[in-house]
Design a protein around this ligand. Structure first.
Ligand code: ADP
Length: 446
């Protein structure tokens, strides 16, 4: 059954990904509902869990002609400790009883991610404020900021911080009942309980906890029933002096929510997470490499961090990929190996970015016309926008100096070099320019 599934997968994923991620998988055993597959190591397993598990599950179900689930087993481990033993703790962590086992709801609920602790979190540009706020709340739950609302772009560390608060509170006091739940899970549980006529149980469960950690609240936008239920949960906990922490990829006002709920989100502290700078990205990569036992040379860390990766999850994905490749092929990670291995990923992104796209984005941003960027106009506003556009072309495309010059109204290559150097220098002096540049890159990349 696995061979057939693998053949089907081969048709839908790129040959390189197939060779990297599917070929090394080996069949271990199967029962009526699941298939167990051996993979070479832990980060390989995590990568599959994050990226391919849905695809493999569907391919498997097609082959088997019934719903089947896949589980990955790490070969390095003793076969006795295979995955039938769920490692998840129950939703509500209590030291005393194992009553929860009797409630199906508890068993299936996600738990804190063991890798997302404060120890493993790098505080740096972009996340310092949210990090400090999360630490304050973790040290003094329900006393400092309540609720704490953390918002920021995808893959920038919101869930990590949320989990870290949970870990810290539980390690300080094991009796504290901490509940981590995505807003999506909240909704699904609610819908199930409505169907099963178990809403009392649902309410009781969510209202008998000390700390509520809700991930990705933007999910409940326009879901009225869920908003009403969440509103009551929020009130009950808040009035009982319990800590609530919420994450979102949007600012409360940008989420389509009932006013009363939105205003509650603004009662406490709103902390944002912005994209990290180069230094922070390097520090994060090193930390991830250490914890995954990957030998990551400095030049490769720099190479990865200075790529146009949009978020830390992607950055981590590249690291894990290099780690897996290195361990499968028994070769060390080097700059050449990294460049070859990530060629497709990195080139793909660069391919879509053209000089024209950059010119248009910069012109729009500064309220100018593309023709102004190509002109000889010496007004300060034109000059700076032009230099920024030129710098971005150098940074984000493979166009040469003369090439860029000719596409900026026939300027010679020394003008292009001058513009690039000028901006290089300004970037080290002017944090506002750095921010503008990040914003422009974000728009160009998306
Ligand atoms: P979000 O919830 O904002 O989408 P996550 O918290 O899931 O993002 O983070 C994505 C990945 O990036 C995770 O593996 C997380 O550990 C990692 N990460 C993000 N920020 C940091 C940081 N400052 N230090 C260490 N790891 C980080």
């Amino acid at each position: 059954i696995w061979n057939q599934t693998a053949t089907n997968l081969e048709k839908v994923i790129s040959p390189q990904n197939y060779a990297n991620w599917i070929q090394p998988i080996q069949f271990s055993h199967a029962d009526t509902q699941s298939i167990y597959l051996s993979v070479p190591n832990l980060f390989f397993k995590e990568w599959l869990d994050d990226n391919y598990v849905d695809l493999i599950n569907s391919a498997l179900s097609v082959t088997a002609d019934k719903n089947m689930l896949v589980s990955f087993i790490v070969q390095e481990k003793d076969p006795e400790t295979l995955p039938e033993e769920p490692q998840e703790a129950p939703l509500v962590k209590q030291t005393t009883t194992n009553q929860q086992k009797e409630t199906p709801l508890h068993k299936e609920t996600p738990t804190l991610n063991p890798r997302y602790t404060f120890d493993q979190f790098v505080s740096g540009v972009g996340n310092q404020f949210a990090h400090a706020a999360a630490m304050a709340v973790a040290n003094n739950p329900a006393i400092t900021y309540n609720p704490l609302f953390i918002y920021g772009g995808v893959g920038l560390g919101k869930s990590h911080l949320l989990n870290a608060v949970g870990h810290k509170i539980m390690s300080d006091n094991n009796n504290t009942r901490v509940c981590y739940c995505s807003a999506e899970k909240f909704m699904h549980d609610m819908v199930n309980c409505i169907k099963l006529n178990k809403m009392d149980e649902f309410r009781e469960r969510f209202r008998s906890i000390d700390v509520l950690l809700i991930d990705d609240i933007q999910f409940i936008a326009r879901k009225e029933r869920t908003q009403v239920e969440f509103f009551h949960t929020f009130n009950a906990l808040y009035e009982a002096g319990k800590q609530i922490i919420i994450t979102s990829d949007k600012f409360p006002r940008e989420i389509d929510l009932e006013d009363r709920l939105r205003s509650r989100f603004e009662w406490g502290l709103i902390a944002d997470i912005q994209a990290p700078d180069l230094e922070t990205k390097i520090a994060i990569l090193k930390k991830k490499a250490d914890s995954n036992k990957i030998q990551l040379p400095d030049d490769v860390a720099y190479f990865l961090a200075s790529s146009d990766t949009r978020n830390i999850r992607e950055l981590e994905g590249m690291l894990i990929r290099l780690g897996a490749y290195s361990s499968l092929q028994h070769i060390p990670i080097t700059l050449t190996m990294a460049k070859n291995n990530l060629k497709d990923i990195l080139v793909d992104k660069r391919k879509e970015i053209t000089v024209e796209l950059i010119q248009k984005t910069v012109a729009d941003h500064f309220g100018l016309k593309v023709a102004d960027l190509k002109s000889e106009k010496r007004l300060k506003a034109f000059v700076q926008a032009r230099q920024i556009a030129i710098w971005l072309c150098r940074d984000m495309t493979t166009a040469s100096y003369p090439d860029i010059g000719s596409r900026f109204g026939g300027k010679d290559h020394s003008t292009v070099i001058h513009a690039t150097k000028k901006i290089e220098k300004l970037l080290t002096e002017d944090p506002n320019l750095l921010k503008t540049m990040d914003e422009l890159k974000e728009i160009i990349l998306h």
